[in-house]
Design a binder for this molecule. Structure first.
Ligand code: PLP
Length: 501
């Protein structure tokens, strides 16, 4: 494809994308994909066809094969997982990044790639009210950022063991602490960084806030110390995945500092709230952490993959991550930042353009207003649910996620779990809205994660009407089938497994 052909084809594609967004925002699709495993693959040829196609042919394939195979995260009634926004301004930045085809291997390989990233990360630092002691970079995801943080923690606690026998030469086991509600990526990072499951402590929770119980953290550390283990790292979460619980960073930092432990703050979802001065108290004490991650690619709305990673000691990070092969040496060495030494990959995309475009085209005030709208919608829903007999808000609502349970009289324990799963699945199969469930305090609940870019109050109101209607219907079904002696609430239908061909 030459640049002139690209020009024509790109216009056609952009038109189609704009139309897709209009349809998604207008609620023109079932939110959750209705396909079964293998359905999409079955529509594609077994082997690459010998003839080529045109952009119109591909756009038709997008429409016929891809769109039905999407769960439409840009739909206003998508309340699943977390807001996975992809603001169109950031999409343009992504397009520009791909179009330029720049590659970050070193500062020299694309000076703008490094320096736009430095500057934009510093803008976001200022907009978040963080002190200028922080330096930032972009990772693909918070999972990668957590792995990087724990690798640094491991090297700090082991006196740079990587330069010798690595962890295999460590005598005292190094331990990582996180709350029992920490994201699964924290455990994954701890295991990948070589700490081992036996040295991962999932600290008990405060039973009402579901935040880390700091006295439980303290006693776990003391117990480990008494057995000759080293408390290498603590991961605090601001905005846990199930219920957006807020671990008390200031108190946790006090304990971490006392024992020389590295402190990483995982605010992947909730970090967008740093942009709102009135919500920064949720991050109280963050200045005492060693690193902080948050994902503009969630609630703030920068298209994936844009995870911010801020550190206070870039020299230590570079010491752990750096390599200096001769083929990358340049005259800028020693004076310019080399982001390859701030993370794992060598080749880096020009991700900062996504942030630059979103911040410059949409502007920070529009983003802030949207976040405030979502917070106010969550408050509205929490109040509505709390005042409805038979319904309960089962966790505090510090942000935009409302955790609810329909508790019809007479249902408890596993029967209640089955009911929760059944009515939520019923909502999802209907296609009008999309919700997810999670276990909190040993029981299933339904999470309503508000914050898709097109979600307005009326969508939340419609959801609440739908939830009540479906849950009531499911409950009466459960009761009558219970009386007729069947197993009670219907378990969610298992995805049909179908071979692609
Ligand atoms: C979403 C989330 C993650 C994982 O984020 P990725 O960028 O997808 O790796 C980790 N921690 C928390 C608290 C999250 O909300």
């Amino acid at each position: 494809m030459n640049p002139e052909e690209f020009r024509t084809a790109a216009h056609e594609l952009v038109d189609w994308i704009a139309d897709y967004r209009l349809r998604a925002e207008g609620g023109g699709f079932p939110v959750r994909s209705r396909l079964a495993p293998g359905d999409v693959a079955a529509l594609l040829p077994d082997r690459l066809p010998e003839d080529t196609t045109t952009i119109s042919g591909l756009v038709a394939d997008l429409e016929r094969i891809v769109v039905p195979g999407l769960t439409h995260t840009q739909h206003p009634s998508n309340f699943a997982w977390f807001p996975a926004n992809a603001s169109l301004a950031s999409v343009l930045g992504d397009f520009a990044s791909s179009g330029l085809g720049a590659i970050g291997l070193s500062w020299q390989s694309a000076p703008a790639l490094t320096e736009v990233e430095q500057v934009v990360l510093d803008w976001l630092r200022q907009l978040s009210g963080l002190s200028d002691a922080w330096r930032g970079t972009i990772h693909d995801t918070a999972s990668t950022a957590c792995l990087v943080a724990l690798l640094v923690a491991r090297e700090r606690a082991s006196g740079l063991s990587k330069e010798g026998g690595g962890l295999q030469s460590s005598v005292a086991p190094l331990v990582v602490y996180a709350s029992a509600e920490a994201h699964s990526s924290v455990a994954k990072a701890a295991l990948l960084a070589g700490f081992g499951r036996k040295n991962l402590r999932l600290v008990a929770l405060d039973p009402t806030s579901y935040a880390m119980d700091v006295s439980a953290l303290e006693s776990a550390i003391r117990q480990d110390l008494s057995r000759g283990r080293v408390p290498a790292a603590v991961v605090a979460t601001v905005g846990t995945t199930a219920s957006t619980a807020i671990d008390p960073i200031r108190d946790i930092a006090g304990v971490a500092r006392q024992h020389g432990s590295y402190l990483h703050v995982d605010a992947a979802m909730a970090g967008s709230a740093l942009l709102l001065p009135e919500y920064r108290h949720l991050f109280d004490g963050v200045e005492a952490a060693d690193s902080l991650t948050w994902n503009p690619h969630k609630w703030m709305g920068t298209v994936l993959d844009t995870s911010l990673f801020y550190v206070r000691d870039p020299a230590m990070l570079e010491q752990v991550m750096s390599t200096n092969p001769s083929y990358l040496a340049s005259s800028a060495d020693g004076t310019a930042v080399q982001y390859r030494d701030w993370g794992i990959p060598l080749g880096r995309r020009f991700r900062a353009l996504k942030l630059l475009f979103q911040l410059r085209l949409d502007g920070i005030e529009v983003i802030r207003e949207r976040l405030r709208r979502d917070l106010s919608n969550a408050n509205w829903l929490a109040a509505a649910v709390s005042s409805e007999p038979g319904w309960r808000v089962v966790a505090p609502v510090p942000l935009q996620t409302v955790c609810v349970r329909h508790e019809p009289t007479g249902l408890s324990g596993e029967e209640l779990d089955r009911h929760t799963l059944a009515w939520t699945e019923e909502v999802n199969t209907g296609g009008q809205a999309h919700l997810t469930t999670a276990i909190l305090g040993g029981r299933y609940m339904t999470r309503v994660s508000i914050g898709a870019e097109p979600t307005e109050r009326r969508h939340v109101e419609a959801l609440w009407r739908l939830m009540r209607a479906v849950a009531d219907r499911t409950a009466s079904g459960t009761r009558s089938s219970g009386r007729s002696g069947s197993s009670g609430g219907r378990a969610p239908r298992r995805a049909r497994s179908r071979r692609a061909r």
